[in-house]
Design a protein around this ligand. Structure first.
Ligand code: 3NM
Length: 508
């Protein structure tokens, strides 16, 4: 299980075993379905009456077996003793429950302790004590919990987030709770974001537990949560101008450098591996694009990959034409053996090749033989195989980290009429990868870059002066720049064009 700093609080399921919500369904089965849909954190919440203590421990153990298999933390509401007994990942305590310090003493330093907060004062007190995350609420009145302290709405959440930043607790994770569901999550996340801090996710009870299809609702929520992370990634690129080190092919060097500048990164097109150890220390990211691979080039890529891995900085692999020749197939094998890639980006044939299939690509063109479901399974399988985020480009782009898989339906056919758009998407994504903090969400960075790129293409193609590929290129650069600038200034209107959804992946 990941350390507590790497927990994803995006879609946080809180259980409820009361007949009004659970009905006659089996809680473990509901949680299993929710995990399949993409729930990222589970809290077991049970009112103990005195004679159901043993049954609650038994249920907690069963839930823990299911969450462990999914690689998701299980937290216990209130009952620290149950968390200690079953050895799960932590607890959630209210302001009135067992004191924080006592809980920390019983659980030890590595377990997660979350605290409920409904005011700035409560939030800051919990942060001061060392809470790993806050459950902020109640956002909206809810039939699930009638004894809530105060209904604070999204403006109340925003005030708490601002107060946390002002007090130096901007790093403490947060979810909000109360009346959240698939129809209001995107709006709540957008409205509650303060200029310097957004929520990490939403905590829901009835929206999932009482749903006819808990997996489908969880997937819907997951798509909204990941989409809500897009502006923060782009804003951070705009604010920090990260280095995008491109070892790329002869065809796209100039275009890739211009795209890097437009999205707010600082490009360096350095193909000499010897330079990488110095460049890797500058807080950026590397793109290895093997579009015009040579024996010398391959040696340089490997040297740079090792330097960036050693510095703990992300590397994007763009295995251009991987399935076109035996030389390229071998180059992919050598690169995969030489180090770790944070993101692997390619078209269908390239991703199939990286996954180990022997297919014949016609040059750098994409083959197209897989169904949508097969592509979703492929990206998820390769992501797990390589512990990377995998981005498969096409009319619909697919992005996966092996547990969460998304489709991005943005872009325009004009992108296929000019050279280097696939390569420059790699550059864009590298800029986004460069701003992901340790333990942060690399998948959200890849989704952010992909969505920004696709929306810029749509807006460029729609401009009156764009009459074909020649006029598209400058308009596209302008739109990347304009989206970056608007996002940095807090103007997020373009997000209405973003089309990102979580998808179901069948085991194949
Ligand atoms: N805690 P639903 S509100 C468990 O405000 C809980 O602290 C709350 O249920 C708080 O998602 C709540 O069904 C119930 O609205 C939320």
């Amino acid at each position: 299980m990941a350390p507590s700093s790497a927990v994803d609080y995006g879609v946080y399921l809180v259980t409820d075993s009361t007949p009004a919500i659970l009905g006659d369904k089996d809680l473990v089965d509901i949680v299993r379905q929710a995990l399949r849909g993409g729930v990222t954190c589970v809290q077991y919440r049970e009112k103990l009456t005195g004679d159901n203590h043993a049954a609650a421990i038994e249920k907690a153990r069963k839930l823990h077996a299911v969450t462990k298999e999914a690689g998701v933390p299980l937290l216990i509401n209130d009952h620290v003793d149950i968390a200690v007994e079953i050895g799960c990942e932590g607890v959630h305590i209210g302001q009135d429950d067992m004191g924080f310090e006592q809980a920390r003493k019983l659980l030890g330093p590595d377990k997660i302790i979350g605290v409920t907060a409904s005011s700035k004062e409560e939030a800051l007190k919990a942060c001061e004590m060392g809470a790993d995350y806050l459950g902020i609420g109640t956002v909206y009145a809810t039939a699930t919990k009638k004894d809530t302290k105060s209904i604070i709405g999204t403006s109340g959440v925003r005030d708490i987030l601002s107060a946390m930043v002002a007090a130096g607790y901007g790093h403490v994770r947060t979810v909000c709770i109360g009346g959240l569901n698939a129809s209001n999550t995107a709006a709540v996340l957008a409205q509650s974001a303060s200029p310097k801090k957004s929520l990490d996710g939403v905590a829901v009870v009835s929206a999932i537990v009482a749903a006819d299809d808990p997996a489908a609702v969880s997937r819907d929520l997951l798509g909204q949560v990941i989409a809500a992370r897009i502006p923060d990634v782009i804003k951070k690129v705009a604010e920090t101008t990260p280095l995008s080190h491109n070892m790329t092919n002869l065809v796209v060097q100039n275009f890739a450098a211009n795209v890097a500048l437009a999205v707010g990164a600082s490009p360096i097109m350095a193909n000499y591996g010897e330079e990488a150890s110095d460049l890797a220390k500058l807080g950026g990211a590397l793109v290895v694009n093997m579009g015009t691979v040579t024996p010398d080039g391959l040696k340089n890529y490997k040297q740079a990959l090792e330097a960036y891995n050693a510095a703990g900085r992300p590397v994007v692999l763009d295995p251009v034409g991987a399935g076109a020749t035996s030389v390229r197939r071998d180059a992919v094998k050598q690169l995969l053996a030489a180090g770790r890639f944070a993101i692997i980006k390619g078209n269908e044939g390239e991703i199939q090749t990286v996954h180990g299939a022997t297919i014949q690509q016609r040059g750098v063109d994409s083959t197209s033989s897989l169904s949508f479901d097969q592509k979703a399974s492929l990206v998820s399988a390769l992501a797990r195989q390589r512990s990377s985020v995998v981005l498969l480009t096409g009319k619909t782009d697919l992005v996966s980290d092996g547990r969460r898989t998304f489709r991005v339906d943005n872009g325009h056919e004009m992108l296929g009429m000019i050279t280097g758009t696939g390569c420059t998407l790699g550059t864009t994504v590298s800029a986004m990868a460069a701003v992901v903090p340790k333990g942060g969400d690399m998948l959200a960075a890849a989704v952010a870059g992909t969505a920004m790129f696709g929306v810029a293409a749509e807006r460029a193609a729609g401009r009156p002066e764009v009459r074909g590929p020649g006029t598209f290129v400058p308009a596209f650069l302008d739109e990347l720049y304009l989206i970056r600038k608007a996002t940095a200034e807090g103007d997020l209107g373009w997000l209405t064009l973003v089309n990102v959804k979580a998808v179901e992946v069948s085991e194949q």
